[in-house]
Design a protein around this ligand. Structure first.
Ligand SMILES: Nc1ncnc2c1ncn2[C@@H]1O[C@H](COP(=O)(O)OP(=O)(O)O)[C@@H](O)[C@H]1O
Ligand SMILES: [Mg+2]
Length: 366
C-alpha cells in the first residue's frame, strides 16, 4: 500500500549542487521507505500504534496531533530530546505521517549559513514539518532567523550593504518545526522557549525492548523465541537502535554457526563473540571505564583527558557512552570531573584503593 505521508530530504542548501544532492537523497529516502526489501527503514514504526513504549510522550503528542487535525490547523512546534537511538527521528516521521504532511529533513550542522535556512523556510508549504536533527548545533546567526520564523512565520533579511542595504520582509507559510537533540541543555533559552511541545525520551525497559526485538525479528523473518529476544533486549542498553543492531549480529551468527534459530544460548554466545557483556556494555564502554579506573585511579578525571587517553571523540563519550553509565550508576559527574563508582570499578575488575573507600552518598564499598 502506498504511503500517504510523503517525505523528502533537503540537506540545507540554496545552491544548485546542494539542491540536487537534496533531490537525490529525497528520492533514495522515498524509495527505501516504500521498498519491500528488509532494510533499516523497514524496522521503523510508521504509526503511533506501532511505536513501542514512551506511553506518556505518545499519548500527549497524539492528543496534540488529533486536536490540530480537528481544527484544520498546523501542529505546534515540538522538541524531542534524549540519548541517541531512542526514537526521536522515528516519532517525528510518524507525526508528519499522521498529520498527512511532508517532512523535510535537515540538521543543525547542514544549515551552515543564514541563506540555507531562509531557502528552506521559504519553501515550506502550509502544514509541512521541518525536522532539524542535532538542533543544538545550529549557528547563532542561523538560530536568529528561526525566532521570527517560528513565532510570526516571517523572516527579515538584509540584502546589499552600506547605503544600499535593504531589509526584506518575507512572509512564510505556517509550518511546524520539530527539533531533535541529544543535548537539550545546549539549546539557547530563546530557541527552547519557542517550542510549545517539549518531550524527553527515556531509556526503554527490558520488556519494551523484548517487544522491539520480537517485532523486528518478525519483519526480518528471523526465528527467535522469547528467552532469546529477552537476552538481546537485556543487553541493548535501553536503546531500540542497539536492540535492532544486536538482533542482526545474532541473526548472522545463528545463520552461520547454528541452524538459523535464535534461543537464549545462541543469543548469549553470539553477543559474547561481539564483545557485548551481560549488562550490554560494549568495547567502547569498557574502554572508557578501564581508562577511568586504571589510568586515573577511578578519577576524578576531565572529559578531555579521558577522551585523549581512550583515543576517542569527546562528543562520542558524552553522547553515546556516558549517559548509560550514569544511568546504571557506574560513573558520576562531579565538579572535579568524572569518577567511577565502586560498582563501575568492580565491573572492570579494577582494584578499589583505600582512598576511595566510599562513594559520595553511596555508603561503604563492597
Ligand atoms: N518506540 C519504538 N518502537 C520500535 N522501534 C523503535 C522505537 N524507537 C526507535 N525504534 C527503532 O530504533 C531505531 C532508531 O530510532 P531513531 O528514531 O533513529 O532514534 P533517534 O532519532 O532518537 O536517534 C529506528 O530505526 C527504529 O527502528
Ligand atoms: Mg535521529
Amino acid at each position: 500500500m502506498p504511503d500517504s505521508g510523503r517525505e523528502r530530504i533537503v540537506t540545507g542548501a540554496d545552491d544548485e549542487a546542494r539542491a540536487e544532492r537534496g533531490a537525490a537523497e529525497m528520492l533514495s529516502e522515498r524509495a527505501s521507505i516504500n521498498s519491500e526489501a528488509p532494510g533499516m527503514n523497514d524496522l521503523r514504526p510508521r504509526r503511533f500504534t506501532e511505536y513501542i513504549g514512551q506511553r506518556q510522550v505518545v499519548n500527549s503528542i497524539q492528543i496534540a496531533v488529533e486536536a490540530a487535525k480537528h481544527r484544520g490547523d498546523t501542529l505546534d512546534h515540538a522538541l524531542f530530546h534524549g540519548p541517541p537511538g531512542l526514537g526521536k527521528t522515528t516519532i517525528s516521521q510518524i507525526i508528519a505521517r499522521e498529520m498527512d504532511t511532508t517532512l523535510v529533513h535537515t540538521s543543525g550542522p547542514a544549515l551552515e549559513r543564514p541563506a540555507d535556512v531562509v531557502g528552506i523556510l521559504s519553501n515550506q508549504k502550509h502544514g509541512d514539518v521541518l525536522f532539524i536533527d542535532e538542533i543544538h548545533r545550529l549557528s547563532h546567526a542561523v538560530e536568529e532567523y528561526l525566532y521570527s520564523a517560528m513565532e510570526d512565520y516571517r523572516v527579515d533579511f538584509i540584502t546589499g550593504s552600506g547605503a544600499f542595504a535593504k531589509t526584506i520582509n518575507l512572509p512564510l507559510q505556517k509550518f511546524t518545526l520539530i527539533g531533535s537533540t541529544t543535548r537539550a541543555g545546549m539549546l539557547s533559552p530563546p530557541l527552547r522557549e519557542r517550542f510549545a511541545l517539549t518531550y524527553h525520551l527515556d531509556y526503554y525497559s527490558v520488556e519494551e525492548l523484548t517487544h522491539v526485538v520480537t517485532r523486528s525479528a518478525s519483519i526480518l523473518s528471523v526465528a527467535i523465541d522469547q528467552p532469546g529476544a529477552n537476552v538481546i533486549a537485556s543487553r541493548s542498553r535501553g536503546t531500540p537502535r542497539i536492540a535492532n543492531n544486536l538482533l542482526r549480529r545474532v541473526r548472522d551468527y545463528a545463520q552461520v554457526r547454528r541452524e538459523g534459530k535464535i534461543d537464549d544460548a545462541v543469543a548469549a554466545e553470539a553477543l559474547h563473540v561481539e564483545g557485548v557483556d551481560e549488562l550490554g556494555l560494549d568495547r567502547l564502554d569498557r574502554l572508557y571505564l578501564e581508562t577511568l579506573a586504571r589510568n586515573y585511579g577511578g578519577g576524578p578525571a576531565g572529559i578531555n583527558a579521558l577522551a585523549a587517553s581512550a583515543n576517542e571523540e569527546v562528543q562520542t563519550l558524552e553522547d553515546v557512552v556516558e549517559p548509560f553509565l550514569l544511568k546504571i550508576g557506574f560513573i558520576m559527574r562531579t565538579p572535579q570531573g568524572r569518577r567511577a563508582t565502586s560498582s563501575g570499578m568492580l565491573h572492570v575488575g579494577a582494584p578499589l584503593s583505600a582512598a576511595r573507600a566510599t562513594d559520595a552518598g553511596q555508603g561503604p564499598l563492597i
